[in-house]
Design a protein around this ligand. Structure first.
Ligand code: KG4
Ligand code: ZN
Length: 338
């Protein structure tokens, strides 16, 4: 029997996401529980606390999503869960829960690659790109340019040789004492900064190729912060100006590499996905660039840019529909190249 309705579960980091995707009617319901408040006072995600909170929230969220989607247990044809990459304990919670549900319901289960979820998230929108397209995946753990020919047909064109873009945002935010989660806080502050005060380097744009490197930019940021402190104190103005210069440098680096990738592959469709794709300046800059190139940029709605269950339900649906599923073993892959 063809798989029609899939329950998706995401627990790779600090968000518990659950969703139901249907072959005919698309996304029926989704719920997200963010653990931000739990980890805030620690300045970052505490893995053991994350696992425990996923345990606490999964069952109620699944019940809610089943009811909101008008599904009974017997309407679900398969379960998809994030198998990696991510925090091992957090992944184990979702994998055990998803596998056990599927076993109890007598349906197949499948472990999904988290980044494939991000990559396919724009397909949840009614205005979705056609294959092939270039995808820029920018999250806390990845910065990758991928040529996507179809579901499961991905060619890595370039990636970060050190920090991911989101990680760089988070680290720069920490230097500016902005707290956790740093990326969105830094982005908000950048809007108040003076763009003409500092000029940060654009890493690796003068070298050919599609790889990225953000560690030099991180050092440059630290040096600028230190210089401000040595000159007296790090004022709110300084912080905003540094945030602005940092964001400009990351955004223009990403834009330059996206243009290069599109030209190299002779494509005009660009997808951006992953947490950093929620960044409004990045969206505006890529939109303007694609206008110039006579192409278009596609992205998921903001809530599906960061981690969520809908993208896992959808990526799982595509693969389960093609007949793929896992055996009864429960395996997670904290590190897993796509
Ligand atoms: O995809 P995601 O939710 O989780 C991972 O799979 O990593 O991405 C989280 C990352 C974090 O590094 C966060 O700081 C960054 O995305 N992020 C942003 C923004 N919103 C989230 N970075 C820059 N600007 C934003 N608006
Ligand atoms: Zn993610």
């Amino acid at each position: 029997v063809a798989v029609r309705r899939v329950l998706g579960i995401e627990t790779s980091c600090d968000e518990t996401g659950v969703a139901v995707y249907d072959a005919d009617r698309g996304l029926l319901a989704h719920r997200l529980y963010s653990q931000i408040a739990l980890h805030e006072s620690f300045g970052g995600v505490v893995p053991e606390l994350a696992s425990r909170d996923h345990i606490r929230k999964l069952s109620p969220l699944v019940k809610e999503v089943l009811s909101a989607s008008g599904s009974k247990a017997e309407d679900i044809d398969a379960v998809a869960y994030t198998q990696g990459p991510g925090l091992v304990g957090a992944l184990m919670v979702g994998a055990c829960f998803g596998r056990a549900l599927a076993y109890g319901w007598g349906v197949p289960a499948l472990g999904v690659h988290h980044m494939e979820g991000h990559l396919l998230a724009p397909m949840l929108e009614s205005d979705r790109p056609e294959f092939p397209f270039i995808a820029l995946l920018v999250s806390g753990g990845h910065t990758q340019l991928v040529r996507v020919n179809g579901v499961g047909d991905y060619h890595l064109l370039g990636e970060s040789l050190d920090d991911a873009a989101g990680e760089a945002f988070d680290k720069a935010a920490k230097m500016l004492e902005l707290g956790y989660p740093g990326g969105p806080k830094l982005a908000a502050l950048a809007g108040q900064g003076n763009p003409d005060r500092f000029d940060f380097p654009r890493p690796m744009v003068n070298r050919p190729g599609l790889d990225f490197s953000f560690s030099g930019l991180k050092t440059y940021t630290l040096n600028t912060v230190t210089a401000c402190k040595e000159a007296g104190e790090l004022t709110e103005h300084d912080k905003a100006d540094i945030a602005c210069a940092f964001q400009d440098a990351v955004v223009s680096t990403l834009v330059i590499k996206c243009r290069r990738a599109l030209q190299q592959e002779s494509l005009k469709r660009l997808v951006i996905a992953g947490g950093v794709s929620a960044n409004t300046q990045l969206r505006a800059a890529l939109g303007a660039e694609l206008d110039k190139l006579g192409g278009r940029v596609y992205y998921p709605r903001p809530e599906f840019c960061t981690d969520n269950g809908a993208m896992i339900a959808y990526a799982g649906f595509c693969r389960l529909r093609a007949g793929l599923h896992d055996d009864l073993g429960i395996k997670v892959r904290p590190r897993w190249p796509m």
